[in-house]
Every structure is written in C-alpha cells, then in structure tokens.
Design a binder for this molecule. Structure first.
Ligand code: PPS
Length: 314
C-alpha cells in the first residue's frame, strides 16, 4: 500500500492515505474494545513510540527481547491504520493498541469499556517542531513549507490528524468518563523515567522489582531507542521515510522549540494557546517536574475519580 500522495478526509480530519482508508478509519470508530486492552492515546509527536516502549518493557518485566525483535507497530498497532486487524489477530496475550484519533471519534467505542487508556501529552511547542521535521522526512505527509507556514496550519488545526487543542481538550476533558485513565507527559518521562515507569507499572497492575525497573529504564532511554531498529523506523524503506532528510529519533529533548521559534512566533503561539484553552479549566505548564503534578491536581475535579487514582499512584 503506497498511496503516498493520497490524503483521506474522515469526519473533517485529514489522514495520510498511505496508512489510512475510509474502511480502516471506520473500523477504528466501531472497534470492540476488550477489558484487557491497553489503549495508548497521543497527538502525533507527543511520545507515542516512547510510551509503546515503556509499556512493552513493563509488561515483559524489563526483558528487552520483544522490544528488540518486534517492530513497535506490530506490538502496539495504530487502531486507525489499515494493517491493525492483521496484527491484532496475531497478538497473543493482552492487546496494546495505539491511536492518534480525537476523543469524539472513539467515545462510542469506549463507552462502558474497562480498557486501560494512557494519554501522553507534550508541550505543544515541542510537538509542532518535531512534527515539522517529521514532515520533511515522511513522504506520506505533505511538504510542510516554511516553519512559519506549518506553525500557522498547526495553530489552525488543519494539519494531518487535526487540531492539537481539540485533541487534548477532548481527551482530558472526558477523562472522567473513562473508567481506567492515566495521564502522563513527555516532560515527566524525560525528567524522571524511573518514576514514570513505576507509574505506568502501577496503572497496569504489573509491579516490577528494582532490577526490572533498572533494565526497563535502560532500554527506554533515548540513546538505546535511537539504536533500536524496532523503534527508530530504519526498517521503513527510504521512499516512505527518507532518513537522509532527518531522523525519527531526532533530538529527544524538552524545550527544543526554543531553537526554532522566533520571539514573535512564540508570542503568537501563547496568544492562540490562551484563547483556545480559555474555556477549559486545564492549566498546562511543561517546564518543571512539579508542574506535571500541578496539572494533575488542577484537573482532578471531584467527579474525576480516575484522575484521583493517578495521583494516588504517583
Ligand atoms: S509519532 O510519529 O507520532 O509516533 O511520533 P512520537 O513517537 O509520538 O514522537 C517522536 C518524538 O519523541 C521523541 N522520543 C524520545 N524522546 C526522549 N526519549 C525517548 N526515549 C524518546 N523516544 C522518542 C523523538 O525523538 C521525537 O521527538 P523529537 O523532538 O523530534 O526528537
């Protein structure tokens, strides 16, 4: 399936036709979750591959064999991509599924489900920079134009996979409607991978010994993942992902946006961010570790039972 120049539009959101069809997107929205499923939810470039690796290592108790022998898209397939049914049929044991879809498209499928949902968020300024560089190497995504042009499309929500603002507001705003929900940030994982592994293992009810945690931490580090062909996308042919134009495991840093944004772009971003988030009670800060906790407490409204569970876990 090449379809590198095809864009699928589904419910007013653009998707790369290379991996998505109308049928694959409908399959996702009508999916029957099992209570034993774990669903990873991210907006692109927010730490998807990282959390896939973390979950893999946690469930294999720090043993890297699966992480080093099975590509991430086979062990945690994207629900909306056409090959998903094939991998799920072949999967043994509890299923790990990944999605970039916004909440409203999966809400009916998740209703009453006990599947575990892990939402990973990342500072959107770093997301847009990572996404911009990814567009340059991924031949199934359109030419991003200049960074200014791409930033403008990102802030308008017209990029592939839709609006970052709608994605985070939809999922976090409905966290209370999801029975088993864990919120974690890229920044938290970056600042304290050990505690993040513990948090994920607690949520998955799969406790790890200190040695297992140490091994997991080693294999989930940026340097280790950068060299792992099962997650660094070097298995993908050059005509689909052109590694001469950039690396999938590019920088792996917090705050890299500061090397890309002008002051004017940053001010404009902040203004759009404030107006987009004004109706939401969410307070997002991304720079310091205590801010991640601050966020959890801020969104921990009395009715949000599952978020209180997260605070207990951490
Ligand atoms: S995708 O295409 O949506 O699946 O991309 P995604 O995996 O969500 O995001 C890719 C970015 O995550 C960085 N990454 C990591 N950073 C730190 N440590 C680890 N272990 C790690 N694994 C992946 C990756 O480098 C991309 O970010 P940038 O800023 O482009 O480097």
């Amino acid at each position: 399936m090449a379809r590198l120049d095809i864009t699928e539009t589904f419910c007013n959101i653009l998707f790369p036709g290379h991996m998505h069809t109308q049928d694959s997107l409908s399959y996702a929205t009508n999916f029957k979750f099992q209570d034993t499923d774990t669903l990873i939810v991210t907006y692109p470039k927010s730490g998807t591959t990282w959390i896939q690796e973390i979950i893999t290592l946690v469930l294999s108790k720090g043993d890297p064999t699966i992480a080093q022998t099975q590509p991430n898209w086979a062990r945690a397939p994207w629900l909306e991509q056409y090959y998903c049914p094939k991998f799920l049929e072949a999967s043994m044991g509890p299923r790990i599924i990944t999605t970039h879809l916004p909440y409203h498209l999966l809400a009916p499928a998740l209703q009453d489900s006990k599947a575990k949902v892990i939402y990973v968020a990342r500072n959107p300024k770093d997301v847009v920079v990572s996404y911009y560089h990814f567009h340059k190497m991924a031949n199934f995504l359109p030419d991003p134009g200049s960074f200014t042009e791409f930033l403008s499309a990102f802030l308008k929500g017209t990029v592939h996979y839709g609006s970052w603002f709608d994605h985070i507001k939809g999922w976090i705003g409905h966290a209370k409607d999801i029975q088993n929900f864990l919120y974690i940030t890229y920044e938290e994982m970056w600042q304290d991978l050990h505690s993040s592994l513990e948090k994920v293992s607690c949520f998955l009810q799969c406790s790890l010994t200190e040695d297992e945690l140490t091994s997991s931490q080693k294999h989930c580090s940026f340097n280790s993942m950068k060299e792992n062909a099962m997650v660094n996308y070097t298995l993908i042919p050059q005509e689909i992902m052109d590694h001469s134009k950039g690396k999938f495991m590019r920088r792996g840093k917090m705050g890299d946006w500061k090397n890309m944004f002008t002051e004017e772009q940053s001010d404009h971003f902040d203004a759009v961010y404030s107006s987009q988030m004004v109706e939401s009670s969410l307070l997002f800060k991304w720079e310091r570790p205590e801010d991640a906790l601050q966020l959890m407490i801020t969104i921990n409204t009395p009715e949000s039972h599952s978020l209180r569970e997260i605070v207990k876990c951490s």
